[in-house]
Design a binder for this molecule. Sequence first.
Ligand SMILES: C[S@@+](CC[C@H](N)C(=O)[O-])C[C@H]1O[C@@H](n2cnc3c(N)ncnc32)[C@H](O)[C@@H]1O
Length: 262
Amino acid sequence: MTAFVQQTDEQWFNTLIGRDRAPIFGLPDARTQRGTVGKDGEDALNDALMFWQFIRRIAAAEGKTITSSSKILDFGVSWARILRFFLRDTPAQNLYGVDVEDRFLEHARRDVPSVNYSLISPEPPLPFESNKFDIIYAFSVFSHLPQRIADGWVTEFARVLKPDGIACLTTRPRAHLRTKTELYAKAIGNPAEAEARYDRGEFVFYPLHGGGDLAESHYGEAIIPRAYVEKEWSRHLTVRGFYENYSPSYLQPCFVLKKRAT
Ligand SMILES: C[S@@+](CC[C@H](N)C(=O)[O-])C[C@H]1O[C@@H](n2cnc3c(N)ncnc32)[C@H](O)[C@@H]1O
């Protein structure tokens, strides 16, 4: 995408949404977009813009400024909503996307080609060698994984990250325990009890079928407190921060973890 390297973030966003001419990458049908990320069209891509900018800010602050040689993995890439943004700065051969649902990867392969996509199992391992990635990010994936599986993936990320590599993983916010959305509220049941568990540092998870191929044993609503991450995941990665308000549209809070230099 060398033709776009000089574009500002705003120009690149306009290129991706097709403000002045046809967008350079396609989008799945609106139903697929809403089914995966709750929004479609410009709104869905605007959230991706915010997260992409956040990752770049965090990477720079952690001494991992994104360049053309950065190796980046989007875990739960779906139809490459977010990964497409990285193509301004990093060539497709250094970008990787994995997902458990091939029907989403089919959209990604068609609409955002040349990137390295892999269909994976819902549980580790990843099909990559150790010490490969500078950055792994997962938007709205750890928001849905049960504790055992989330723990397993963090351990696996510690293997495939380079020393000093970073992982940015979002979860549901504490406020989600008081959601007005009927489907979720029903699954959560007793919000006061859930808040007490969260405040004690427990990993809070409610099985819920997401409408996709994954069973409730592998999918639901996960609300992960910082104390849990500090206690459990810090055995594998250093906890660098928990960012709650990094975008005007209040995207999901994000844990930033870093692999220790050896
Ligand atoms: C809510 S969607 C978010 C998609 C994408 N990250 C985005 O923000 O545009 C969650 C995605 O995670 C994928 N997913 C769920 N469980 C997974 C797992 N165990 N490993 C990898 N991907 C998973 C789903 O198939 C789906 O594409």
